[in-house]
Design a protein around this ligand. Structure first.
Ligand SMILES: Nc1ncnc2c1ncn2[C@@H]1O[C@H](COP(=O)(O)OP(=O)(O)OP(=O)(O)O)[C@@H](O)[C@H]1O
Length: 352
């Protein structure tokens, strides 16, 4: 609870504060990777396969019904992970539509776009030699690294958020995809209020490529507060943060997925983290007496207030700056309207 009579200052800490910390380290974009071509068997069918910087494509060469059909996997958006086993390169796919050709008529090249849910699958590419499989494995690993995919994640799970499904969501929705992506992880459940803040305040951040909250927005805000209260806060706040919707409103996830052009779903939220999707968020700082609070949601609150002051402003704006049409958001705006029109005090507020 914040005593609003003492609300003195809303300060925009930095519009870049949650930007990709590895962007600088990664430096300028890699030169285009060499294209590899091999005669292989894909899910048992003879094919000519090509690995370019962005995709793995193959054209079947056998005499069957499917002969000459071309299929492809976008490495960034269709592949969860892969492993090399002897001469075999096994790709765990997560696609909209069928790209393997098993069980359905051939689909046209490309499988991105559309609101259809992604489904898991496997594409097994049998190479002529173990060396070839290793070479392709290295090449795909390099492609993933250049996309900024995380290798080690720290999960904070709130078992009491929303409908108290955090634990189950982690086990059944998050872990299978994280395992398929071969991401190493550590998981810690929150045991009490502000536990997430404590965890973020003392976590050895060198060990992880990101912190993921399986929770509502409240835990994310705790994590931001924990990071910003550290002595090394300026480095700490650059650690990528992720959120898997296990809360009540989940406004942050909805906004982030919308900005990435992905429909809101649990698996899309997990996959966005695996793919290393990032965007910068503003952090606000509120000083109340001698205490300072940080929030990534407070700006939304501010934006709603501004929207209320403009009588012809038709839409609300969510925390990522996108128009939000949900009934829930409009209810919040209505509640804020009633709240603010009943306030008798004027607050000093600066944003810069
Ligand atoms: N083990 C726990 N026991 C009691 N409270 C907890 C525990 N773990 C976390 N909390 C508290 O639960 C609160 C709400 O958490 P969270 O944000 O995950 O869910 P929510 O409030 O339901 O979702 P939303 O923020 O989307 O409305 C947080 O303030 C956190 O401090």
């Amino acid at each position: 609870h914040i005593d609003t009579s003492q609300l003195k200052l809303v300060r925009l800490v930095s519009s870049q504060s949650m930007a990709d910390p590895q962007a600088e380290a990664r430096g300028p974009p890699e030169p285009r990777a060499e294209t590899l071509v091999e005669l292989v068997r894909v899910n048992g069918s003879a094919a000519e396969a090509t690995l370019s910087s962005a995709e793995l494509a193959w054209r079947t060469t056998g005499a069957g019904r499917d002969s000459g059909g071309r299929r492809k996997l976008e490495l960034e958006s269709d592949v969860l992970g892969f492993q090399v086993e002897g001469r075999s390169l096994k790709l765990a796919t997560f696609t909209r539509g069928d790209v393997t050709g098993a069980g359905r008529p051939p689909s046209p090249v490309g499988c991105g776009g559309g609101a259809e849910d992604r489904k898991r699958g496997e594409v097994a590419v049998e190479m002529e030699s173990e060396e070839a499989a290793e070479r392709w494995g290295h090449a795909i690993r390099d492609r993933f690294a250049s996309l900024g995919r995380p290798k080690r994640l720290f999960f904070i799970v709130n078992p009491y958020g929303g409908k108290r499904g955090g634990r189950k969501i982690f086990q059944t929705e998050v872990l299978p995809l994280i395992d398929a992506a071969h991401i190493h992880y550590t998981m810690q459940e929150t045991n009490y209020r502000l536990h997430a803040q404590e965890i973020a305040g003392s976590l050895d951040l060198k060990k992880y490529d990101g912190i993921v909250c399986v929770s509502g927005d409240g835990i994310l805000v705790e994590v931001v507060n924990g990071l910003l209260q550290r002595d090394d806060w300026d480095k700490a706040i650059k650690v990528p943060l992720g959120i898997i919707p296990a809360g009540t409103g989940n406004g942050m996830v909805q906004g982030l997925l919308h900005s990435a052009g992905e429909p809101f779903s649990m698996s899309n939220a997990v996959f966005a983290i695996i793919r290393g999707h990032r965007r910068a968020l503003d952090v606000t700082s509120v000083v109340q007496g001698k205490t300072r609070f940080f929030s990534v949601m407070m700006l939304t609150w501010g934006m709603h207030c501004i929207s209320l002051m403009l009588p012809f402003f038709q839409t609300t704006v969510d925390n990522t700056g996108h128009p939000s049409q949900s009934f829930f958001c409009h209810s919040i705006v209505l509640w804020q309207y009633i709240y603010f029109t009943n306030l008798k005090m004027i607050y000093e507020l600066q944003v810069w």
